[in-house]
Write a protein that binds this ligand. Structure first.
Ligand code: CA
Length: 490
């Protein structure tokens, strides 16, 4: 500031300065502040892109962790009180938790097909689990790229550790669909341990070669995933870690079962919690490897379940949702889903708008620097919705499901469910998350609008190319579940 405690002869300059100072201040404000203000007035989408939607300077590693048949309520961060899942919970607490995340189906294979392509699998008739067949077209069509194929074309090192279930012939094997490395099994599940009385018959493989079991499966998958993460390679990696946990038949090894004994009464639920504890340990092993190798900050971690919990054994919990795996009530398709990417998504946030596993491909590829070409996916890039400056838009105006004669749609707060018996029911999820009160008679226009939207969606889909997996007929499934119940409650 000018010094005005001076003789009058020298205060002229002072007067000039006192006049000039506000002008100078205005000029300084104009020079330095105006651009900031102008920047803040840019279109919200541009700001969001700068904050969150833009790719990282270095393409991030991608770790996609998928649980099998995990119940909506079966994690600590999802409200469970009889389980301890600190490692999986940490992904949610250090990232974004989705309250209304949907899988593409309530069956294993169609869910995974939609998740790995970003497209409704009904577009090519992938509505049921593919049967064992030497038909090389039973799987994802060659002209529909998998996430692994997309990322491989961007220079990623790619690996699958765990379950595939998207075709059984070599042309549809993981190594032929974009994965440089494959350690796991081709079908729906694999026994957890050699001591397990029930052997579902799947073989463990490394890159197509059958190998012997070498320990408790969930531990082994965690060790393999850790090895993949620690490999020294200049390329970014994409690891698809697809656990068999919590798919039946369940078997918990003694150390994890002993841990479950502290919080769960004897029974199948105790076994389930033991299996879950092993999966949480394996997730922790991989997250620790990311930390110890300095890769955590530049790794996009996603955790999701492939469908809702299977309630047949009364082991899983989808509370407060209605229904289970195989159904299109919320308990079959709404799943735990978390995304962690430091500096790019808001840590500790809960996102409540409906989103879908269809969004994984566009979200991950956007992070990697190349979004899918327009019209090639049904999902959307979620990154612009997940930062602190995100706008209020909704990623999806509508989502649809179909399994044979059963169907469902979600539009805003409304959920349309048509069961195999054929009668439509409308639920207001904002008031009735448990889908207990059919309000279709009082909301006829809403019902009609959703039915029209569903009919338009159906026109873009193909009829199922194959039916229910004939290797798992209902009677056989019932017998297996009965036997599993007998032996897994120990
Ligand atoms: Ca499943």
């Amino acid at each position: 500031m000018p010094n005005c405690d001076l003789p009058r002869t020298r205060r002229w300059g002072c007067r000039k300065l006192t006049v000039r100072w506000p002008l100078a201040s205005i000029a300084l404000v104009w020079i330095f502040v105006a651009p900031i203000h102008a920047q803040s007035r840019r279109a919200p989408s541009a700001r969001r892109a700068a904050a969150a939607g833009a790719p990282a300077a270095t393409p991030p590693n991608v770790l996609l962790i998928v649980a099998d048949d995990l119940g909506y309520a079966d994690l600590g961060v999802q409200g469970a009180t009889d389980v301890r899942t600190p490692n999986i919970d940490a992904v949610a607490r250090q990232g974004v938790r989705f309250s209304d995340a949907y899988m593409v189906s309530s069956l294993c294979a169609p869910s995974r097909a939609g998740m790995l392509t970003g497209r409704y699998p009904q577009r090519w008739g992938h509505e049921f689990n593919p049967p064992r067949s030497d038909d090389s077209t039973f799987g994802i069509p060659r002209d529909v790229p998998t996430l692994a194929e997309r990322l491989k074309s961007l220079g990623y090192r790619t690996g699958l550790v765990g379950k595939w279930h998207l075709g059984f012939v070599s042309q549809q094997a993981p190594n032929a669909r974009g994965f440089d490395e494959f350690f796991g099994f081709m079908g729906p599940s694999h026994r957890y341990d050699r001591n397990q009385l029930l052997d579902v018959g799947e073989k463990l493989m490394r890159n197509g070669t059958v190998i012997p079991d070498s320990g408790y499966l969930t531990d082994v998958l965690g060790i393999e995933a850790e090895r993949f993460v620690r490999a020294k390679d200049r390329r970014p990696f994409f690891l698809y870690l697809a656990f068999s946990a919590m798919h039946g038949p369940l078997y918990a090894d003694p150390p994890h079962l002993a841990r479950a004994e502290k919080s769960v009464p004897e029974g199948v639920r105790r076994t389930y919690v033991g299996v879950l504890a092993a999966m949480d340990d394996a997730v922790g092993r991989v997250l620790d490897a990311l930390d110890e190798t300095g890769q955590a900050a530049n790794t996009l971690v996603l955790f999701v379940s492939d469908n809702g919990g299977d309630l047949d054994l009364k082991a899983a919990s989808n509370a407060p949702l209605r229904g289970r795996k195989g159904q299109l009530y919320e308990g079959g398709i709404r799943v735990p889903f978390f995304v962690r990417w430091p500096g790019h998504v808001t840590a500790g946030a809960t996102y409540t708008k409906p989103i879908s596993a269809l969004d994984i491909v566009p979200t991950v590829t956007a992070a990697a620097g190349r979004e899918p070409e327009p019209g090639s996916v049904d999902g959307v890039n979620l990154l612009p919705y997940l930062s602190a400056t995100a706008g209020r838009g909704e990623p999806h105006a509508s989502l649809f499901w179909r399994i044979g004669s059963a169907s469902a749609a979600r539009m805003g707060q409304w959920k349309l469910v048509v069961t195999e018996k054929g009668s439509p029911a409308l639920f207001d999820l904002a008031a009735d998350i448990g889908e207990r009160r059919d309000v279709s008679s009082a909301n006829g226009r809403v019902l009609a609008g959703m039915q029209r939207a569903y009919a338009a969606w159906v026109k873009e889909q193909q009829p199922p190319r194959w039916g229910h997996d004939p290797t798992e007929p209902t009677l056989r499934m019932r017998i297996r579940r009965f036997i599993a119940k007998l032996f897994s409650g120990k």
